[in-house]
Design a protein around this ligand. Structure first.
Ligand SMILES: [Fe+2]
Ligand SMILES: [Fe+2]
Length: 469
């Protein structure tokens, strides 16, 4: 019964969104942006987008075979709405797109600018729409030119959309304060699927986004980063899409138990005393309880429960919680543990005097290989990230400096990533440290310059390093 009610309310919401979009686009043709009517229809549309994003994490309006879809659900039309549906389908056809994507959190102002551009683009300039939107300062509306049904099934979500949707959801999970009703985990799964799709399309496209660190939103960003990094590692291992979806979900929820930890301890800006550590160390068990309490016990949910329980246990079971049975860590538990420590180390924490740079974090993982972490998994993780992960600031030979923006290409040495030059002959250009002329490297890294670093290449044991290459 409740399912039928949910379905009919979702259908009503979808229909309201489509009608609001059709009306807003029509109004934008006839009225100026400052007009009261225009502002009113824009506000109505934004309200529907917020509603829809709440249900799905982001909002996608698509047109296919003369039908309109909202987040892949077909929206049915009636005699009274047929005209507005038809006009919207006509607009999509004239723009040559299959979907419009609205990112959660779009402001009324930005939506207004997007509507003005979309409604008034001359037919001869539709190919220029993405540039026009960008020029108008619109970043949270995306166009999708894919024809549904062609090629692999894909959400056509860009890296930034997938990442932002995951973050948005993370922030709502935080507000839910530990209550994980079934609907919430369904939504997490929807968003994590977008992350998996993105990683399958371009494995390192999300890496740059994981270098964004913000202490106020630590748990949200950390959960998102761990989901992305775990999925990347799983992808390198050759896991199939279903397993990657489960891994991404488990990575996203691994610290869910922190929402049940005393906030005074969780947010303490200094070192924790023994009692506070004891409180903090409850979070793997708390997560397992929270995830078990309201869930159907299917394979995917159980994996998330196990990963949350295992992620601080260590490969040699020397971590916490203490366990009597000497079982091996699960594969997913081992993967998430590596992603977890890497992200935690590369986020500046006020209580650490010197924060490790990304290469130092890699060196730290390598040091724990075989004890805290499965050495095969560490080896693969270093292969995915390189010795200088994205975000590392490098001094280069030739008095140049730059920021690592992509890990080394497959087959390149692990210490030769792609770098965006910041200081040098061509600022803004991306250079490949693996580029050679007459057998000589054009550029090499000479020092790590991240603010917390002491100016040296981190101490990755050369013997260990060469065994990885
Ligand atoms: Fe944790
Ligand atoms: Fe964590």
């Amino acid at each position: 019964m409740s399912t039928e009610l949910e379905q009919s309310s979702a259908a009503r919401q979808g229909q309201a969104l489509v009608l609001a979009l059709a009306s807003a686009l029509r109004t934008a043709v006839y009225y100026s942006p400052g007009n009261a009517v225009m502002r009113q229809v824009c506000a109505a549309l934004q309200k529907e987008i917020v509603e829809q994003s709440r249900a799905e994490g982001l909002t996608r309006v698509g047109v296919h075979s003369h039908s309109v879809y909202v987040n892949r659900a077909r929206v049915s039309t009636t005699i009274s709405t047929y005209g507005r549906f038809s006009s919207l389908i006509g607009q999509f056809n004239s723009w040559g797109i299959s979907s419009l994507l609205f990112m959660a959190g779009i402001s009324e102002e930005e939506l207004l600018r997007a509507l003005v551009v979309l409604a008034n683009v001359p037919p001869a300039q539709v190919a220029d729409l993405p540039r026009k939107l960008y020029a108008a300062g619109v970043e949270k509306v995306e166009l999708d030119y894919n024809v549904p049904g062609k090629g692999t099934r894909s959400t056509s979500v860009t890296p930034i959309v997938a990442y932002t949707a995951a973050m948005q959801l993370g922030s709502e999970l935080g507000q839910a304060a530990g209550s994980f009703e079934a609907g919430m985990v369904r939504r997490v799964r929807h968003v994590t699927q977008a992350v998996v799709d993105q990683i399958l399309r371009d494995p390192v496209a999300l890496l740059a986004l994981t270098t964004v660190k913000d202490l106020d939103r630590y748990l949200i960003l950390h959960s998102t980063n761990v989901a992305v990094l775990s999925t990347l590692l799983g992808q390198r291992m050759g896991l199939d899409k279903t397993r990657l979806g489960e891994l991404c979900l488990a990575g996203f929820l691994h610290d869910a138990g922190k929402l049940g930890v005393d906030p005074g301890v969780l947010h303490k800006p200094g070192f924790l005393d023994a009692r506070e550590w004891e409180e903090m160390r409850r979070h793997p068990v708390l997560a397992a309880y929270a995830l078990l309490s309201n869930q159907r016990l299917n394979v995917s949910n159980m994996r998330a429960v196990v990963v949350a329980f295992e992620h601080h246990l260590n490969y040699d079971l020397s971590g916490y919680p203490r366990v009597e049975i000497k079982n091996k860590l699960t594969l997913f538990g081992g993967i998430v543990a590596i992603a977890d420590l890497f992200d935690a180390l590369t986020t500046a924490r006020v209580y650490r005097g010197v924060n490790p740079t990304p290469p130092e974090a890699i060196a730290n993982l390598v040091k724990r290989s075989g004890t805290h972490f499965d050495s095969t998994l560490v080896k693969l993780f270093v292969e995915v990230m390189g010795i200088y992960p994205s975000g590392t600031v490098l001094a280069l030979t030739g008095r140049e400096a730059g920021v690592v923006c992509r890990p080394p290409a497959l087959g390149s040495p692990l210490d030769r990533p792609m770098v965006r030059v910041v200081v040098g002959k061509e600022p803004g250009h991306v250079v490949d440290l693996n580029e050679r002329v007459n057998g000589q490297y054009v550029r090499s890294a000479v020092a790590v310059l991240n603010p917390s670093n002491r100016g040296q290449i981190p101490a990755v044991d050369p013997a260990t390093l060469s065994s990885f290459q």
